[in-house]
Design a protein around this ligand. Structure first.
Ligand code: PMP
Length: 308
């Protein structure tokens, strides 16, 4: 997990303020009822300087998520982009994680948020490997959670809302308490969904499979990137179907993909080795291509980057 160190600035409601001053009232609506939307974005140190990966797509998702709560963002995408660039610059960051969040603030308490102020903040801090230090190389151990993914009839699963993360936190806690690095959540129907904060890919017979968005998984930007990268490498990718639980056991390879997790191989599920229990060749090829792309060691996919 990342630690926040030697940072001094957060952008909040239009201003750069001291890290320690970026506080909220204890009766904030979003704190009580989970009425916030957020993003997790990575910025990479590249030969062209710090470059934010798929910033425009993350902003699109943020504005889309906000609509679910009738939140009208008080800032334009251009204003958020300017704020983010300056935030990275002011803190002399290169490789970092960016967390924009928008939520109903404090005015009155009660479920109806109408009239509560819309608060907007962006933080950025250095961020390494997410799930475990050697996870990118050696893979992670996961367990299938007893908690289920929300169905799209329960929460708008295509929105990244703070309240939607309660079962992600429960699943992650359960996994950690069992000695695993991370969980895999199933849909309410018992088919494979995703990790608490990552989407999931299976490799079988050299083909990639990931659950359809209709399974209630987040429209992950890394998922979409992996689909494109894998196809450009010549792989067939199936992303329109349901994946049954037994497919996890028979997969040749499994990996998580997400902004924080990047491309993390999964080496075991419920103590049973995936493949031979190490990073598989397809995962390895996609992972190295991904890291070449985000480091801008290739001119391809240039449209994915916003330079700071
Ligand atoms: N699924 C969930 C539940 C997530 O929280 C995340 C992280 N945002 C992902 C998948 C991966 O999405 P992305 O690639 O857009 O980071």
């Amino acid at each position: 997990q990342s630690t926040v160190e030697s940072l001094d600035t957060i952008w909040m409601d239009g201003e750069f303020i001291d890290w320690d001053e970026a506080t909220i009232h204890v009766l904030t609506h979003g704190l009580h009822y989970g009425t916030g939307v957020f993003e997790g974005v990575r910025c990479y140190d590249t030969e062209d300087g710090p470059a934010i990966f798929r910033w425009g797509d993350h902003l699109d998702r943020l504005y889309g998520s906000a609509q679910s709560f009738d939140i009208e963002l008080p800032y334009t995408p251009e204003e958020l982009t300017k704020a983010t660039r300056e935030l990275i610059d002011r803190q002399h960051l290169d490789d970092c994680y960016i967390r924009p969040i928008v939520f109903y603030g404090y005015d009155h308490l009660g479920l109806n948020p109408t009239g509560s102020p819309i608060r907007t903040a962006i933080a950025a801090w250095p961020f390494g490997a997410y799930l475990r230090d050697d996870g990118l190389e050696n893979g992670v151990d996961v367990t299938v959670s007893n908690w289920r993914q929300f169905a799209s009839s329960q929460v708008p699963t295509n929105a990244k809302m703070t309240g939607g993360y309660v079962n992600s936190v429960l699943a992650n806690l359960e996994a950690r308490q069992g000695g695993y690095d991370e969980a895999i959540l199933l849909t309410p129907d018992g088919t494979v969904a995703e990790g608490p904060g990552e989407c999931l890919f299976l490799v079988s017979d050299n083909k990639l499979h990931t659950p359809a968005l209709s399974e209630g998984v987040l429209p992950s930007i890394t998922r979409e990137s992996v689909i494109r990268i894998a196809r450009d490498l010549g792989y067939t990718v199936h992303h329109e179907s349901t994946i049954s639980l037994d497919k996890l056991e028979t997969a040749d390879e499994l990996f998580f993909a997400g902004t924080a997790a990047e491309i993390t191989p999964i080496r075991s599920v419920n103590d049973i080795a995936v493949g031979n229990g190490t990073k598989g060749p397809v995962t390895d090829e996609i992972q190295s291509r991904f890291f070449d792309i985000v480091a801008r060691r290739t001119d391809d996919y240039g449209e994915w980057f916003t330079l700071v």
